[in-house]
Design a protein around this ligand. Structure first.
Ligand code: G3P
Ligand code: CA
Length: 247
């Protein structure tokens, strides 16, 4: 079994190319909320990407920014707040909607069982060991999960305590180091910014059995060009529009 077959064994996304809902379908619903995730699934996304941060009281909650100013109009730092303090805020305010930031347990309970999820681990000042342990508790017994992150040291801690979970290191630019990290992590995939992508990189990742997924692609022409380079999947804020473009 090749490494990529191993990826597919752990995470069945169906035939390529893979359209992944970025923070759900956050072009049309408040990002990182149950509403956004369900909309992405309804629009045909094969996986949902979401961001998780560790709160002061040790809960993993869906948040992208380090503070809640943009989404909720509150100058509160997510890692410094409790889950209850965050959940008292309206994170749909920036879209003039009403929404609550869900915990990872609430997400796993709300979505169809076994629907593929990409949990992006965001950690700035939180304790990485506590973060990895909280993740271990949350994902126990769950399937179809892919863990990613820019903080490769945190991914190493996750790999130590979750030896079989699919992992994908993230890179924004300067791609060669991500492949080194990916091999060390026994990664299932690599996730990169689309503007940095090259055919050579995709081929090199492929030789190590790792599909490449790129973010964030909302334009069908850019998605096609990425797929032509061999990219396996794209993260998009508008999964419905990209799915239509596929047909
Ligand atoms: O996981 C891909 C992408 O979401 C990484 O960037 O800043 O949108 O979390 P960001
Ligand atoms: Ca993300």
């Amino acid at each position: 079994m090749t490494r990529e077959n191993n990826f597919i064994a752990h995470l069945d996304l169906g035939p390529r190319p893979w359209i992944v809902g970025h923070r759900g379908a956050c072009g049309e619903a408040p990002e990182n909320t149950i509403e956004s995730f369900l909309l992405a699934i309804a629009q045909g996304a094969v996986m949902i990407e979401l961001d998780l941060q560790l709160t002061r009281d040790g809960r993993l909650i869906a948040l992208h920014d380090w503070d809640l100013l943009r989404t909720a109009g509150a100058p509160i730092v997510g890692e410094d707040a409790t889950a209850a303090e965050i959940q008292a805020l309206n994170v749909g305010r920036y879209q003039e909607r009403s929404a609550t930031a869900p915990t990872v347990e609430e997400i796993l309970d709300a979505l169809p069982p076994g629907f593929p999820l990409n949990l992006e681990l965001k950690c700035r000042n939180a304790d990485q060991r506590h973060y990895a342990r909280a993740l271990q508790r949350a994902v126990a017994g769950r399937r179809q999960l892919l863990v990613s992150g820019f903080e490769w040291n945190l991914l190493r801690q996750v790999r130590e305590i979750l030896p079989d979970i699919p992992i994908a290191p993230l890179a924004h630019e300067s791609l060669p180091p991500v492949l080194v990290a990916a091999r060390e992590l026994r990664a299932a995939a690599v996730h990169c910014h689309h503007e940095a992508m090259t055919t050579e990189f995709v081929e090199e990742a492929s030789r190590s059995g790792m599909p490449v997924l790129v973010y964030t692609v909302d334009d069908a022409a850019i998605a096609s060009a990425q797929f032509a380079m061999g990219v396996a999947g794209v993260f998009t804020n508008y999964p419905g529009a990209l799915k239509k473009g596929e047909g």
